[in-house]
Design a protein around this ligand. Structure first.
Ligand code: 2AL
Length: 250
């Protein structure tokens, strides 16, 4: 099967890191196609970045549908454009935040999220509520480092994340940690080992969830609100985004 893993920001080094993580967990019969949009923010650190990233994500989904992709991962912790992507896609689309939170709820009774900038905590908070995870999420913590610091080998991001996770375990009553950024995808194994609790990277679990759904023949429901978008003209710069070709439904 073919799974397209979309890094919603346009930083190629982060896309590469996400690709390596996805390939490492994928089954032998799974082809991972990792990409980032051509246009959009270099990092997603707020509502504005998130809103503008969605156009590029949808372009990648549209290209994926033409290329026969079986399922998608949206690899940014805000799960930007998730429902819009599901409208466009035949197969399953899974966001890394929903994947990580659901996985954490299977293996602990409470988790803490460790994310990047404080201003993005509200995005995670909205998702926790939306996904029915209020019962499980103990606390949303921020390390207050910009997303692109995670790409800098010389930054102290790793140490800062480790310390925040340790504090979460000491103070929050959490049994697991959810990493709150796609750029943290390479850190979960080492952190799990060092901290002695499950530290969950959403990229890995989202790939495995998509594999499970595709292999069970479970596609996005095309009944109701996730049906293909309504064909109508789009004006101005968004002219090319009008949905014109009704995808074959089954
Ligand atoms: C993210 C993420 O996962 N990728 C990105 O650019 N911004 N979210 C976050 N909270 O740091």
């Amino acid at each position: 099967m073919k799974i397209k893993v979309i890094n919603p920001n346009t930083t190629a080094s982060m896309t590469q890191k996400i690709a390596e993580t996805a390939i490492a967990v994928a089954s032998s019969g799974t082809e991972i196609i990792a990409c980032n949009p051509e246009m959009g923010p270099v990092s997603i650190e707020g509502h504005y970045d998130e809103a503008l990233s969605v156009i590029g994500i949808l372009e990648e989904i549209k290209k994926g549908e033409a290329a026969g992709i079986d399922g998608y991962v949206i690899a940014c912790f805000g799960d930007p454009g998730l429902l819009a992507a599901r409208e466009l896609a035949k197969g399953p689309v899974v966001g890394i935040a929903e994947a990580a939170m659901h996985a954490a709820s299977f293996i602990s009774t409470g988790f803490s999220i460790v994310t990047t900038l404080s201003r993005t905590r509200i995005i995670a908070q909205h998702l926790v509520a939306n996904y029915g995870m209020t019962h499980f999420c103990r606390r949303i913590r921020a390390i207050d480092l910009p997303v692109l610091e995670l790409e800098d080998e010389n930054s102290n991001a790793r140490k800062t994340i480790f310390n925040e996770c340790r504090q979460a375990l000491a103070e929050d009553g959490a049994g697991a940690i959810v990493l709150g950024c796609g750029g943290m995808a390479d850190l979960s194994a080492q952190l799990s080992q060092d901290l002695g609790v499950p530290v969950i990277d959403g990229v890995s679990v989202a790939v495995k969830f998509v594999e499970a759904l595709v292999s069970l023949g479970l596609n996005t429901s095309k009944k109701g609100d996730l049906a293909y978008p309504i064909a109508k003209p789009y004006t101005g710069m968004l002219h090319a985004f009008a949905f014109v070709n009704q995808m074959p439904s089954d």
